[in-house]
Each structure stands twice: as structure tokens, then as C-alpha cells.
Design a protein around this ligand. Structure first.
Ligand code: ZN
Length: 464
């Protein structure tokens, strides 16, 4: 068989990083961005995708700080080069972590050689939407052993969930967005971030709805600027790389920006939620459940609003917690009989409550007309009449007027709630939560091999 026309494909590798940071500083995205600069400059590596930032299930109790894994996907000459890169990544990660050593961080790295097998994709989906038992992690590693290398920089295998799940979460046929992250110069770490809030407002107005959650007008604060000691100056999230490049042109800073990188990510895609029924809304799962309101919402201590829904399989509590702000005012208008779809992660039962869906978003499908049945009003004096017994008519308690033919009156109360989607204010969005503005903008395709261009800048100069 002649094969002269075939182009020999280079081996593809995927390197995943998780928790290369700590509450004291550092940031996995920053570590990977710096490593990327080094590898592009010194080794001329070829990425086959933008660097990926994969957020995992925010409901798991042992999540890492940012709860996101970073992945570099690239082609290599041969397996020796793969080994080489992985070794270098480990050495660099050790150096980086030692600057910010923290007892609770569980830094880990993993490398996978070749196309992602279905089983690893399945594992990744579970890590985004559900919990992964450590035994399942062990089984996965066992199955893919010859093609995977792992490294844990501290005790605890659990750290590997992030780096392996990131690798498996390929985002070729699932929705995705992009984030441009700008990094600070080290002498500014820990100091107030010098980003002009007015310029962020202008950027927001010029680029939305193609950028996501830049500014919260309710509290008049930019949302692109993090707090804390990490090296991130700001991060702009959006639908495509071009709009992010345009957006950063509007943002004015009074401190140097040393590095900017565009990541492809599952942020704001609701990747952590799956449609299911009440009976299968198990603790820690991200769910979308359709049901009928079965208990009137009530506001409890702390300002949380709790109600219940039921479907054919059972009944479950739903809570709009205090941080969801104005969403609680909508939820409070629900009445038993209303049909809703609730979005959120299931909180496990506690001593005082059952399993509860932590509400992130709600769709009011139908509001039930509210009917009140009342006694008739006395036509003589205007007082509400009293029944004289079943089928015997009504009598006025004030003037004594009797009407044996009077009937109860049915009245429709106006409902101050329209069917539709409702979401919390921008500031209470978490990484994965999809804002309503993204509905209809979902992407379903990304090429398996793609050479990103215009995605990394050093001191303002395009590196690639
Ligand atoms: Zn009367």
C-alpha cells in the first residue's frame, strides 16, 4: 500500500496542572502562563489548542481554592520530548509551590499521551458535575496506565482528580468561552490593584454581550478585578478571543502588565448541571430539575429563602441563599402550584434540613392563578355577610339584612410574577454559572487540532 501522500502526525500530549497555588499567593493559571512563555521561547513548542482552564464541580467538599485545572495540549517530536517536558514541568512546579507553601494545597501534575479515550472523558464529566470517589480515580489510572504519567507534590492522591479531569475535559463538542488574564509585576503583589473602574465600565458597554460579567451596576463595582495576594491583575471573560483583545484595549491600568494570556474554558457554560428528577438529585450533584412548588417560600434567619418542589419521583427543598441577593425577591413570590425549573448544586442533608438544591437560577414555567373564595358583601351597609348554614344563604352581622339566594364570590388575585428566567446579580455568579445573556450563544464545536494565534503577550508585546 502506498502511503507516500500521508502526513505523519506527531504525537499529541496533554499536561494537566491542579492546585499549583495556595491561599497565600500564586495561581495555577499564572504558573502555567510563565511556563508557556518559557516553552515557546526556548523550545518553540506547538500548542494544538488554547491553554485550557477547566473548572470542576464547585459543590465538592474537598475542592481546591480556584477549583480549576489548567491543561496544555501540544504536539511533540517523540515520547522522549514528552518525558522531557513533563520532567521540566514538575521541577518548575516544585519551585513555584515552594514560594507559597501551604499545608492544605495538593499540587498535582499529569501527562497523557495520545487522543483522549472515552473513559477519561467520562471521568472528566463526572468531576465537573458530580463527585469522584477515590476508588474510581484509581480504576481510571489503572486503565490508562501505559499512556499516563502523574506527579503529586504533596500527600494525597485526591489532587490528581483535577489534573486528570482537566486533561479529559476536551471541550470539542461541548460549550466553552474564553478568558483573558492579565498578570501583575511581582513588586505589586499584595497591593491595591490600580485598574480604573470607569474604564472597565466603558469596556463593558463597548463589548457586551460578547464579554461576560465585567461590572455590577447595582453596587457600582468592576467584577474583573480579583482580591487577595495572587498575581492576577484582571480577567476578562468573553465569547471569543477577538472580543477579549478588543476589550483589553479599553481597560486602563496604573501599574505594569507583565503577561497576558487567553485561555479557553468551560466557565459560564453550566457544565456542572445536568437535567434530572428529584429522586436523582443526590448530594454534591449539579442539577436542573422541573417541578411544582409544593411549599410556600419562607425567609429564614440569615436572609435565606427556602421552598420545596415536587415531581413524580419525590419532593426536595430549594434554597436561595443570602448571596443570591435580588433573586430571593423573585423566589419569594412563588406559590404552591407554580411550575418551575430550578438550577443548582445539591447540598447534603444536615441535622436541621434535608438535601437542598442551592439555587443558582430559576425558570418560572407557569404561575398558577390565585383564587380566593369570599362571602358576599351586604348590599345595604357594605359589611361582609355571614353564612346562615350550607345552602341557606347569607346574613349581615351589622344590619341584619338576609339574602337566602346569595352565593360565595370567587376572586382572581393578580400575580406579581411573570414566567421566564431569573438569575442573581452579577457579583454572585460563580465560575461555571451561565448567565441568561449567554442563552443561544452556546458553542458546540472546536477543532481537535488548532494552532492558536494572538493569545499570549509579554510586557505588552505579542509573543504568539
Ligand atoms: Zn348590612
Amino acid at each position: 500500500m502506498p502511503n507516500g501522500g500521508q502526513i505523519k502526525r506527531l504525537p499529541i500530549i496533554h499536561i494537566g496542572f491542579d492546585d499549583i497555588d495556595s491561599p497565600r499567593g500564586g495561581c495555577t493559571t499564572h504558573f502555567v502562563a510563565e511556563l508557556l512563555v518559557k516553552w515557546i521561547k526556548n523550545r518553540g513548542i506547538n500548542l494544538i489548542d488554547y491553554p485550557n482552564l477547566v473548572r470542576l464541580n464547585p459543590g465538592v467538599p474537598w475542592k481546591t481554592r480556584g477549583n480549576g485545572a489548567l491543561v496544555l495540549r501540544l504536539d511533540v517530536r517523540d515520547e522522549d520530548m514528552a518525558e522531557d517536558l513533563f520532567e521540566e514541568a514538575i521541577v518548575e512546579a516544585e519551585k513555584y509551590v515552594s514560594k507559597y507553601k501551604h499545608p492544605e494545597s495538593q499540587p498535582s501534575l499529569a501527562m497523557f499521551i495520545g487522543e483522549i479515550p472515552g473513559i477519561l472523558e467520562f471521568f472528566a464529566g463526572k468531576a465537573v458535575n458530580d463527585i469522584v470517589p477515590i476508588t474510581f480515580l484509581e480504576r481510571i489510572i489503572d486503565k490508562i496506565k501505559p499512556r499516563v504519567k502523574t506527579s503529586i507534590l504533596s500527600k494525597g492522591k485526591r489532587g490528581l482528580v483535577g489534573s486528570l479531569a482537566g486533561i479529559g475535559y476536551r471541550m470539542l463538542n461541548t460549550d466553552y468561552t474564553f478568558e483573558l488574564i492579565a498578570y501583575r509585576s511581582p513588586e505589586y503583589y499584595g497591593r491595591e490593584r490600580l485598574v480604573d473602574p470607569e474604564s472597565v465600565k466603558i469596556m463593558d458597554k463597548e463589548t457586551k454581550p460578547h464579554t461576560i460579567l465585567n461590572f455590577d451596576y447595582e453596587i457600582d463595582k468592576p467584577l474583573i478585578i480579583p482580591h487577595g495576594p495572587d498575581p492576577v491583575l484582571y480577567g476578562i471573560r468573553g465569547e471569543d478571543p477577538d472580543v477579549l483583545v478588543r476589550a483589553k484595549g479599553f481597560v486602563k491600568t496604573e501599574e505594569p502588565v507583565t503577561l497576558e494570556v487567553i485561555f479557553r474554558t468551560n466557565q459560564h457554560t453550566d457544565a456542572h448541571l445536568r437535567e434530572t428528577v428529584v429522586r436523582k438529585a443526590f448530594p454534591y450533584r449539579g442539577v436542573i430539575v422541573r417541578g411544582i412548588v409544593s411549599r410556600k417560600p419562607s425567609r429564614i434567619m440569615g436572609g435565606h429563602v427556602i421552598f420545596s418542589i415536587r415531581d413524580d419521583t419525590g419532593e426536595i427543598d430549594v434554597a436561595a441563599y443570602e448571596p443570591t441577593g435580588s433573586l430571593r425577591n423573585i423566589v419569594e413570590k412563588l406559590l404552591p402550584g407554580d411550575e418551575v425549573v430550578v438550577y443548582g448544586v445539591v447540598r447534603p442533608p444536615g441535622p436541621r434540613h434535608g438535601a437542598t438544591i442551592n439555587l443558582e437560577k430559576i425558570r418560572v414555567v407557569a404561575v398558577k392563578p390565585q383564587i380566593v373564595v369570599e362571602n358576599p358583601i351586604c348590599p345595604r351597609c357594605g359589611k361582609r355577610m355571614k353564612s346562615m348554614g350550607r345552602g341557606k344563604g347569607f346574613k349581615c352581622p351589622r344590619c341584619g339584612y338576609r339574602d337566602p339566594n346569595a352565593r360565595k364570590i370567587t376572586r382572581y388575585l393578580p400575580r406579581d410574577l411573570e414566567p421566564g428566567f431569573y438569575e442573581p446579580p452579577p457579583r454572585s455568579f460563580k465560575h461555571l454559572m451561565k448567565p441568561i445573556q449567554r442563552f443561544g450563544r452556546e458553542k458546540k464545536y472546536f477543532p481537535a487540532v488548532y494552532s492558536p494565534r494572538r493569545f499570549i503577550w509579554v510586557n505588552g508585546n505579542l509573543l504568539r
